[in-house]
Design a protein around this ligand. Structure first.
Ligand SMILES: Cc1ncc(COP(=O)(O)O)c(C=O)c1O
Length: 465
């Protein structure tokens, strides 16, 4: 028999306490440990390479092995000085709620199976719509990330624009359907392009619109479209943080009868700050939106959100009918998402919003943006070239030639004080700093700046072993 069966549930409490103890220690150590895991710890992951065990192992031993071998090889994303890839941390309330929800092991697909999680999705949806300036009553989907949110929202768009031509795409597919024109800026996030491919709209047959030096779609270059058409706009360029001119593009697209979809994976959260909401002005006039709670709301992975102005466009694209599944009076979560079974993402989102409140969310966004500005000022003052207008939380910096910049990025990662990744911005090799964690303080920025400048000037102190 599995070793824990006999002593359940006392054993369960013991395991959770053990995990809390180990995870707590991990989160303390991550404050000072090098952000990038040491090469030796990554090499030691070979310890996981073993044949399928012949028999059971006590849960405490499994957790101990996982922590002893695994934790040292993790990237310090949960710490305060990880600035790669627009990745937020996990707020204490959100992490705690996530653990509790995992203990509940709810299947969030159905109200009947998980009434609490369905309720918290409904509550969070209302709060999100309020915080992000979206139209009251719009439909919402709790998905894995912005890629799936783009996919889900664009599926609703595909349905709606074809329905206007009396074509039921869910029933008949795209075979013989009226052609849909899709427009996107040259700097539209690749996850939208991928979503278009998954939806049969083609990765390559989109009309691309030229962009300016910040990656913003040039509104004057928006092509004329007619018939079923979808215009995809960017609220927050993944490199520069810039926004397409939303008001103008949305108004012109609507005048042409097009559906407008906004990818605001991180940028849409600007709407929650009185100081930065102007960047997202007009976004609420669009027809669908994608964003990530695991980015700027700082909930644990994975947590993306799709919103669609008319909930019926969303449920029409996502609904599932099966005689064995109950269809109640209440909002059925699975009618709005691609999946049926899934975890209770609304719980973490609710906890994050409840713990931050309106003012805490604005403060988080504004502090991160202030930190990004300080990075830019510090690096410029030290003689390095900041390639973007720092309008939000993103900084793109070059340290000289492509080779020199690559050397500095590698050196910073090896130094371990902080972590930033590389990018190519409009032909220039650059380092990208993305400040999106609740844990980052002004002191972390100063410490990271000191390390960046020291490494760029040629002094690397490797923490790797
Ligand atoms: C602007 C933008 N859109 C979409 C995505 C995809 O998000 P996810 O990784 O959550 O699928 C990202 C990820 O960085 C992003 O920055």
């Amino acid at each position: 028999m599995y070793p824990e069966n006999e002593v359940y549930p006392e054993k369960m409490r013991e395991i959770l306490q053990l995990v809390a103890e180990r995870a707590g220690r991990y989160l303390e150590e991550i404050q000072e440990r090098g952000v990038e895991p040491p090469a030796g710890a990554v090499a030691a992951l070979d310890g996981f390479l073993e044949p399928l065990p012949d028999g059971p192992m006590a849960a405490a031993d499994v957790i101990a092995m996982l922590d002893d071998l695994g934790s040292p090889a993790t990237m310090g994303i949960a710490g305060p000085r990880f600035f790669g890839f627009v990745i937020g941390g996990a707020l204490p309330a959100a992490l705690g709620a996530n653990w509790l929800a995992t203990a509940w092991d709810q299947n969030a697909g159905l109200f009947a199976a998980a009434p609490l999680s369905a309720m918290l999705e409904e509550v969070s949806l209302g709060w999100l719509v309020d915080a992000l300036g979206l139209p009251a009553g719009c439909g919402g989907a709790f998905v894995t990330g912005a890629t799936m949110a783009n996919f889900t929202a664009l599926a609703a768009a595909r349905r709606a624009v074809l329905a206007r031509e009396c074509w039921d795409v869910e029933a008949k597919g795209l075979f013989g359907a009226p052609e849909i024109q899709v427009v996107i800026g040259d700097e539209g996030h690749p996850s939208m392009i991928k979503s278009l491919g998954m939806l049969g709209l083609g990765r390559e047959r989109v009309l691309r619109v030229p962009v300016d030096d910040q990656g913003r779609m040039r509104a004057e270059c928006l092509p004329d479209v007619s018939g079923p058409s979808i215009v995809c706009v960017q609220a927050g360029n993944v490199n520069t943080g810039s926004f397409d001119p939303l008001e103008e593009i949305i108004a012109r697209s609507h005048a042409m009868g097009a559906w407008v979809h906004v990818d605001g994976a991180f940028g849409l959260w600007a709407a929650a700050s009185p100081k930065y909401a102007h960047l997202a002005a007009g976004a609420g006039d669009a027809d669908s939106w994608a964003t990530d709670a695991h980015k700027w709301l700082n909930v644990p992975y994975d947590s993306g959100l799709a919103f669609v102005r008319d909930p019926e466009d969303l449920s029409g694209a996502m609904s599932l009918t099966a005689a064995y599944l109950p269809q109640g009076e209440r909002r059925e979560p699975s009618q709005y998402v691609p999946e049926l079974s899934r975890r209770a993402r609304g719980v973490d989102v609710w906890a994050a919003l409840k713990s931050l409140g309106r003012s805490g969310l604005a403060e988080l966004i504004e502090r991160n943006c202030r930190c990004a500005k300080r990075f830019a000022e510090g690096l410029q003052a030290a003689g390095f070239e900041v390639l973007n207008d720092v309008v939000l939380n993103q900084v793109v910096v070059a340290f000289g030639t492509a080779e020199e910049t690559q050397r500095v990025i590698g050196g910073i990662q090896e130094d371990g004080t902080c972590w930033c990744g590389g990018t190519v911005w409009q032909g220039r090799t650059a380092m990208r700093i993305s400040v999106s964690s609740w844990a980052t303080t002004e002191a972390d920025v100063e410490r990271s700046l000191e390390a960046m400048i020291r490494v760029a000037r040629g002094k690397v102190v490797s923490r790797r072993q």
